[in-house]
Design a protein around this ligand. Structure first.
Ligand SMILES: NC(=O)c1ccc[n+]([C@@H]2O[C@H](COP(=O)([O-])OP(=O)(O)OC[C@H]3O[C@@H](n4cnc5c(N)ncnc54)[C@H](OP(=O)(O)O)[C@@H]3O)[C@@H](O)[C@H]2O)c1
Length: 228
């Protein structure tokens, strides 16, 4: 069977190394172009890539999307710390190519985001999100917490207090959602046990994305189908 050629942006980073390993062990994928910032851009090689996976920095996004669009190549992006500028870029390029962006590529967090919808039934409760990450993480609160907060506010129809963000040690990522009344506390908690969880999710997303039409997708769409 012909292998799917993966292009990887941020290949020398923590996530880049993890993704390289997952791709190397995957029977259907070939790590064809591992791009690091210090490398000279090889347009000919890039043209042969079937899908890009980008875990780098917000500053890289425009080039990644522009170069992918030149060859109509889908992009899976896991970079966080995006402002409106980067989110607009994702929207703009998703009209030309399939783009999947998620602040957290784990399947557990995708399910957690769906589960938040059920909290609409207790929207009168108090809510609080808390996240803990390793001390090298650049953005705060985490992209995952921002997405959880957006979805929770949508579900319960009110503005909620800011996420509590803790930085320390080597924690890969813990997210908690508390729903509290005078009588009870309900807690949803997700812990990433390693970085492989994000790499495996990104690779699963890439396998799904190459079969999609241009559009802006999220990891939840891989599990539940694209929202209308
Ligand atoms: N969605 C998810 O599931 C998920 C999970 C974990 C992490 N993340 C996010 O993924 C991103 C990377 O995380 P990380 O822990 O791997 O960070 P990292 O170790 O700092 O790696 C980032 C890599 O991207 C490269 N890079 C930065 N700017 C670039 C540019 N303009 N062009 C090309 N390459 C560039 C860096 O190169 P240099 O070494 O030259 O600086 C580095 O190799 C972060 O935004 C993080 O929050 C997302």
């Amino acid at each position: 069977m012909k292998k799917i050629k993966v292009g990887l942006v941020g290949a020398a980073g923590r996530m880049g190394k993890e993704i390289s390993q997952v791709v190397a062990e995957h029977p259907r994928f070939d790590l064809f172009y591992a791009y690091s910032r210090k490398d000279k851009w090889d347009a000919k090689k890039a043209a042969a890539v079937d899908v890009w996976i980008d875990f780098s920095s917000p500053q890289a996004l425009k080039d990644v999307l522009k170069r992918a669009a030149e060859n109509k190549t889908p992009v899976v992006c896991g970079t966080t710390g995006f402002t409106k500028k980067e989110k607009d870029l994702l929207q703009q390029y998703s009209k030309k190519i399939p783009v999947l962006w998620s602040s957290n590529m784990s399947l557990g967090v995708a399910v957690l985001n769906e589960a938040l919808k059920s909290l609409a039934a207790i929207s009168h409760f108090d809510f609080q999100i808390e996240e803990i990450h390793h001390n090298r993480k650049k953005d705060k609160p985490s992209g995952t917490a921002i997405t959880l907060q957006e979805n929770l506010e949508k579900a319960v129809g009110k503005k909620l207090p800011e996420t509590l963000a803790v930085r320390g040690g080597g924690v890969f990522g813990v997210h908690k959602v508390f729903a509290m009344s005078d009588e009870e506390v309900l807690t949803f908690e997700h812990s990433a046990l390693n970085r492989t969880v994000f790499a495996k999710g990104a690779v699963q997303a890439a396998e799904w994305l190459i079969k999609q039409k241009p559009g802006l997708y999220q990891i939840r769409d891989v599990l539940f189908g694209k929202k209308a």
